[in-house]
Design a protein around this ligand. Sequence first.
Ligand SMILES: C[S@@+](CC[C@H](N)C(=O)[O-])C[C@H]1O[C@@H](n2cnc3c(N)ncnc32)[C@H](O)[C@@H]1O
Length: 276
Amino acid sequence: MVPEMPGSDVDLPPEIDTSRPHPARIYDYGLGGKNHFAVDREVAEKAWAAMPTGRTAARENRAFLGRVVRYLAAEQGIRQFLDIGTGLPTTDNVHEVAQRVAPDARIVYVDNDPLVLAHARALLTSSPAGRTAYIPADLRDPAAILADPVTREVLDFSRPVALMLVAILHFIQDEDHPAEIIKTLVDALPPGSFVAASHLTGEHDRPAWATIERDYRAAGISAQWRDSDEFAQLAFAGLELVPPGAVLVSEWRPEADGPRPAPVEVSFYGGVARKN
Ligand SMILES: C[S@@+](CC[C@H](N)C(=O)[O-])C[C@H]1O[C@@H](n2cnc3c(N)ncnc32)[C@H](O)[C@@H]1O
C-alpha cells in the first residue's frame, strides 16, 4: 500500500503510478482533499513557491464549475453532461449540482487518471431518476470518447448536451492539436448544446507562471497556459458566448456580492457558449 495517502478509502488498483505526479492529485491537494502522493505534493508546493495563491485559483475554478452546472441545468434546461477531466470526486461534483436542480440529469464522466476511475466508481453515484457513468479515456482521442458504448448508452446526442472542459485544456499543448479535438467533440453535439470551459493563464504574472509551466513539463505533465483571447478562440470557436463571455472565473456570474480575489490570484479564465 502507499503510506503517503493515509486517508484514502479505496483500494488502489495496481496501474496507479505513485512515482510520477498527476494533475488530478495536484488539484486535489490544492482543494484540500486527501488523495495525493508525495510526488504530487512536491510539484504543488513548487508551484505555490512561485504563486502562493495557487489554492485560491483552484477554489475559484471549482466554484465556477458549480455555478456553470447550476446555470445550465436551471436556466438553460440542460439535462445531459459530458464532463471531460472530471478530477477526483470532491464536494459538489457535476451530477450532485445538476441533480439538485434536475434529478433526472445524466452525466458521463471522463478522465485519464486510473485513480479517478477507482474513486469515481465508488462515489459518483446517481440519483435514482438520473444516471451517472464513468469512462477512462483521454481527451486527445475524442473519437474514442464519442464512440464509447457507455457514452452512447447514457447520453442521447439528438438532445442538447453540455460539454464540460473545465480546467483540462491547459494540459493539451498545441502540438496535440486542441482545436481539432474540440471541433470533433462540438461537431457531435446537436444545436442547443453548450460548451463550458476554464483554463489557466499566465497573463497576470508571466514570470511566475512560466516557472510553473516549466516545472510541470519537467515533471512529465503536459502543460500550456494561454491568454484570454487564445483561450476564447480555442474553446468557443464558432459558438455564441453567453454573457459575460470569457472572463476570469471569479467574474463569471458570481452569486454573492462582496470583494473577489485579484486577477493574479484567480489566473483562470472561463466561459460558456451555445451551439446554434
Ligand atoms: C485540474 S483537474 C479539473 C477537475 C474538474 N474538472 C474541476 O475543474 O474541478 C483536471 C483533470 O483533468 C484530467 N486530465 C488531464 N489531462 C487529461 C487528458 N488528456 N484526458 C483526460 N483527462 C485528463 C486530470 O486527470 C484531472 O482529473
